[in-house]
Ligand binder design. Sequence first.
Ligand SMILES: Nc1ncnc2c1ncn2[C@@H]1O[C@H](COP(=O)(O)OP(=O)(O)O)[C@@H](O)[C@H]1O
Ligand SMILES: [Mg+2]
Length: 304
Amino acid sequence: MIITCEKCSTRYKVADDIIDKPAFKVRCHNCNHRFMVYKPVEVEDSFLLEDVIAPDFNRVITISNQKGGVAKTTTCLNLGVALAKMGKKVLLIDFDVQANLTILLGFRKTGSFYDVLEGDSSDLTTFIEETNYSNLSLLPSNSRMALLKKKYLNAPRFEYLLKDRLDRIKDDYDHVIIDTPPSIEFFTLNAMVAANLIVIPSTCEYLAMHGINQINDIVAVLKKSINPEVDFKVLITMHKPDDTSEKVILRKIKSRYKDNLFVTVIEDDSKMKESHIINMPIAFYAEDSTSAQQYHSLAREVAS
Ligand SMILES: Nc1ncnc2c1ncn2[C@@H]1O[C@H](COP(=O)(O)OP(=O)(O)O)[C@@H](O)[C@H]1O
Ligand SMILES: [Mg+2]
């Protein structure tokens, strides 16, 4: 093995058989600089890093909580934008009839998953829109989505309607993030069946904790039956760190969910409210704001 001094570039030849540790410290005889050396790992040519990383790890993320107003849509948009800014190719899916995500991204008259099912083709790409932000696409929602529940709820395999279609295109993206309505029915169930990870945004309020428990129970059922690969993680949103009752609830959530809790906490931030008023993701409206930084750190957690 050849070791090159990081400082003066003097090169030393060391016999491989005397190196018995994967990493060790050395001192350069020439300049006295001390530095770490890592023994190169031998890999077969055909063995690439992509083979080691589970291909679907965190690929399809469903944002869900039966409680409204806990920042589901905000998280879908701003996590998606933060991942896209990191160079990840992201598809957002608006699976809520209210179409808040679609509106926040500046779209009004668009197709939706309803039109995918009604059209001749089952191809989601027909209705996917490119947003104003690079690496970020959207399958929008519209009011016609309200008809889907009635039309398909009794159809066989109705809970696979999204998954069957998403599986054909999901490899074109690093992450697909699905926004859902504040209830567990047709849309949320379809989004959960398609997911690798269910993110449960929750505020630190007493009743919000029950929302987490309900999704937790549903994930347990999903794991046993339809979707054994799925996992969930709780995300604390709109947190007020100085509020005593929030501190108590946060401690409870931490002790109950430990490994199923994101390290990143999203704090209550007036800049976020402003960003919604002018329909802009927080990373573009106020890049240095607390919540923009926190969604960036959430994106790093999701991608890591
Ligand atoms: N970090 C935050 N700080 C302050 N307000 C926030 C934050 N995140 C979301 N909000 C506000 O909370 C409200 C609900 O958010 P939304 O994403 O629509 O929730 P949901 O999709 O769960 O119903 C919105 O008015 C939004 O502006
Ligand atoms: Mg919403």
